[in-house]
Structures are given as structure tokens and as C-alpha cells.
Design a protein around this ligand. Structure first.
Ligand code: OAD
Length: 260
């Protein structure tokens, strides 16, 4: 069947790239942006635009705390889909995971062997967080990155906006609307898509750039493109196989076929 053929392609490929969106973290309890109960039904994207942050850092941070609570409240852990990709990575079937998610769950599913939590070493799967990481903040003046939790607590306690020792304003270490993705990151993502023999788009509506163009770039460079998503996407037409399935069903099955 289709999944067996895809597993064969994955096994034979030199370069397999997985591209993930909010749908892969939905089974971990992190809400998606679009679709049922999507975050953008409750919030206005404009509240979190870069222009808003620059104009009104205090209001931005107040809203950001609410978004943070809505999305990342309580404990959440990698699920069977994150684990399946991590296992394929450990077996050297997966070159890279490009993710739009800022929840850090791919990194948690694939901790580095040196115990640092940073999985991006030579012999391990590259994890590229295209939109940054919501559990960190970054000073807009000195550029220093800090663990987000204590800073969010300070903001919740009334320090709006929270500031760095240097006096600069902290910004969540994520790409906001109206902000460019770092050039080096987008270049790397595009070259991985071009190099890939198999490109798997997983749990993304594929409507926001660069999500919308990476599967097309991979397809036009000759990759086999597979899509796993509950809803249809604008890229379904260019995909070789489309699984309208839950990620926690499809990916463990694919892993079992690849590793068997
Ligand atoms: P979306 O919320 O747009 O899409 C998530 C997709 O996952 C939807 O099409 C769902 O049908 C699907 N889905 C949900 N649960 C699933 C499950 N268990 N199994 C399979 N599929 C499932 O999320 P993204 O495509 O990641 O950007 O959104 C892209 C970007 O738009 C985000 O990174 C964010 C947002 O605005 C920024 O914040 C800059």
C-alpha cells in the first residue's frame, strides 16, 4: 500500500526531511492556530505583530502572557508522533526536522547524547525551529537569550514589559507577524527542501510562508512529497501521497515500516 511505498522511499533515500506544524503538537495538548478551537479564533493575530511590540511593548506583553497561558498552560510532553520522528532520526533515516512550532517538543523527544538538550550535533537529526522558541526570551538590545519562565513570572507580577540587566526590553524569542525569518534559517530550510529525496509535511495547514512554498520546492526538485494532516491543504495537489489522519496514528506506523 501507499504507506509501505513511502516507507521504502524513506529507507532508500539519502535525505529525508520532515516539516512540522501545530498539528503534530495538538495531541500533546498544545492548541493549533487554525481549525477547531484554533488560537486565532480567540486572539487577533495583530495583537502579536512586531509593529505592536515596537509601538506598545506593555500591551503586547500583557496579551502575550494570555496567549502563553492559552497555549502552554500546564505540563505538555512529546507524543507518539514526535517520538516516531525522533526514532527515525536516531536510526539515521531522517536528516532534518524543520518545525514552525515554538513549543520545543521535537528537541525534548530527541535529547542530545551530551545531555544538553540541544540536538543539533553532527551525527544527529538537525532540528530547525523556524519560528523560534516560546520558552525563551531575547533582549532586543544586547541580544542575550534567557529561559522564559522567570521572565514570564516577572511580567505576570506586573513588570510590563520585562527588561534585561542592560536595560533593553525582552521579546519572546519567536518570529512575530511582520518580522522576517532570519535569512540564514530560511536559506538552510530551502536548501534542505531542495536536497531532500523525501519531504514529509506533517500537521500543518501549509498556508503561511515558508510552509506554503517548501513542499513545492521539494517537489520541483524531484522529492517524493508526503502530507499527513487532518484537513486538506493547498499543497495536496502536488503531493505524491496524502494521509488525512491523526499524526499519532500515521507516524508510528510509518516508523514501524521504516525500522522493521
Ligand atoms: P495551523 O493551526 O495553521 O494548522 C494545523 C493543522 O494541523 C490543521 O490543518 C489541522 O487540521 C491539523 N491537525 C490538528 N490536529 C492534528 C492531528 N492530531 N493530526 C494531524 N493533523 C492535525 O498550524 P501551522 O500550519 O503550524 O506562526 O501554522 C503555521 C504558522 O501560523 C504558525 O507557526 C504560527 C501561525 O500563525 C507564527 O506564530 C509566526
Amino acid at each position: 500500500n501507499d504507506l509501505e511505498r513511502l516507507a521504502d522511499d524513506v529507507r532508500r533515500a539519502d535525505t529525508v526531511v520532515a516539516f512540522t506544524g501545530a498539528g503534530i503538537s495538538a495531541p500533546s495538548g498544545v492548541p493549533t492556530f487554525r481549525g477547531d478551537d484554533g488560537v486565532w479564533d480567540k486572539f487577533d493575530e495583530g495583537q502579536f505583530a512586531y509593529g505592536r511590540f515596537q509601538r506598545d511593548p506593555e500591551g503586547f506583553w500583557a496579551d502575550r502572557l494570555e496567549l502563553q497561558r492559552e497555549m502552554f498552560d500546564g505540563e505538555f510532553e512529546p507524543n507518539a508522533a514526535h517520538e516516531a520522528l525522533a526514532a527515525m532520526g536516531r536510526n539515521e533515516n531522517l536528516e532534518a526536522i524543520l518545525t514552525q512550532n515554538t513549543d520545543g517538543l521535537h528537541g525534548e523527544a530527541a535529547p542530545a547524547s551530551d545531555g544538553t538538550g540541544g540536538p543539533d550535533t553532527d551525527d544527529e537529526t538537525t532540528i530547525l525551529e523556524l519560528h523560534g522558541n516560546s520558552q525563551r526570551v531575547r533582549c532586543t538590545d544586547c541580544g542575550k537569550r534567557r529561559d522564559g519562565d522567570p521572565i514570564f513570572e516577572r511580567a505576570a507580577g506586573g513588570e510590563l514589559p520585562p527588561t534585561c540587566d542592560c536595560g533593553g526590553v525582552f521579546k519572546p524569542d519567536v518570529v512575530l507577524f511582520g518580522e522576517q525569518l532570519p535569512g540564514a534559517v530560511i536559506q538552510r530550510a530551502r536548501s534542505l527542501a531542495r536536497e531532500s529525496d523525501v519531504f514529509l509535511a506533517i500537521g500543518s495547514s501549509l498556508v503561511v510562508e515558508p510552509a506554503a512554498s517548501l513542499p513545492r520546492l521539494a517537489a520541483s526538485s524531484g522529492a517524493t512529497v508526503g502530507i499527513v494532516n487532518l484537513e486538506s491543504t493547498p499543497c495536496d495537489g502536488i503531493a505524491d501521497v496524502v494521509y488525512r489522519e491523526d499524526v499519532t496514528d500515521a507516524l508510528p506506523r510509518l516508523r514501524d515500516l521504516v525500522l522493521e
